[in-house]
Design a protein around this ligand. Structure first.
Ligand code: BEZ
Length: 237
């Protein structure tokens, strides 16, 4: 049922749907997912994140945190969708546990849909399986993969954690902030950057252009090499 993850009215998941074309047996928890896609003219980002298995401890903490942070992703115009190799029924039942873990009503609904890739078709196609983590039948589980798509429908970032290490969703939001800033401004974000910190002027931008583009000033750090490549500017609006 490929239509479950296609989003004809939206843009940002089209890259994903292109990748999964031909997949036969993917289902999703939210039947109204299609109607919640942005209109074609809207700029939207997308995040697809997989977890190894429903009803497991680390996954429960991760999806609980993702649910709590859903308003932050929405603010950034990032549509969320999760994936694992469990059934829709398991996803719905596990959603109650996740909501209870979050201290909320144990309802069968999360702020994002979960793809039920029970036959691992999508996981295989997207390289999400971790051969070292297996279920009781010796079948590989999905790793903790994150794919972020831009409004141009291209993959902007992928990260992969093993099953035994939970992700940091604050870091994923920070990455979204960096991806969105650097998509629109000629800057790059340095190590440990947080929104509001100074950023680096893109190395390809000539000094004269940088001065015009960043009226708050460009500050160059002197280095033993004499090369002027460490150019900072306050985060542009
Ligand atoms: C977990 O979510 O706790 C988990 C899942 C698979 C392997 C190890 C841990």
């Amino acid at each position: 049922m490929i239509s479950a993850v296609t989003c004809p009215a939206g843009q940002h998941l089209r890259a994903l749907t292109h990748m999964v074309s031909g997949v036969q047996s993917v289902h999703v928890t939210s039947p109204n997912f299609l109607t919640r896609c942005p209109a074609p003219h809207q700029e939207g980002w997308g995040i697809l994140f997989s977890h190894p298995r429903d009803f497991t401890p680390v996954c429960t903490t991760e999806l609980g945190r993702a649910a709590k942070l859903a308003p932050e992703f929405r603010k950034r115009n990032v549509k969320m969708i999760a994936l694992s190799i469990d059934s829709v029924q398991d996803h719905l039942s596990w959603s109650k546990d996740i909501n209870a873990y979050n201290g909320e009503q144990p309802k069968e609904e999360l702020p994002f849909p979960i793809i039920a890739d029970a036959n691992r078709e999508l996981a295989v196609k997207l390289g999400m399986l971790d051969p070292d983590e297996q279920d009781k039948d010796g079948m590989p589980l999905t790793a903790r993969v994150v794919f972020i798509f831009g409004p141009d429908k291209k993959l902007k970032l992928s990260i992969l954690y093993p099953a035994t290490t939970g992700r940091n969703f604050d870091e994923i939001l920070r990455v979204v902030d960096s991806l969105q800033l650097t998509a629109y401004k000629k800057v790059a974000t340095p190590v440990d950057w947080k929104p509001g910190d100074s950023v680096m002027v893109a190395p390809t931008l000539p000094d004269e252009e940088a001065k015009k583009l960043f009226p708050k000033g460009v500050f160059t750090k002197d280095l033993p090499s004499g090369k002027k490549y460490l150019r900072y500017t306050p985060q542009p609006e």
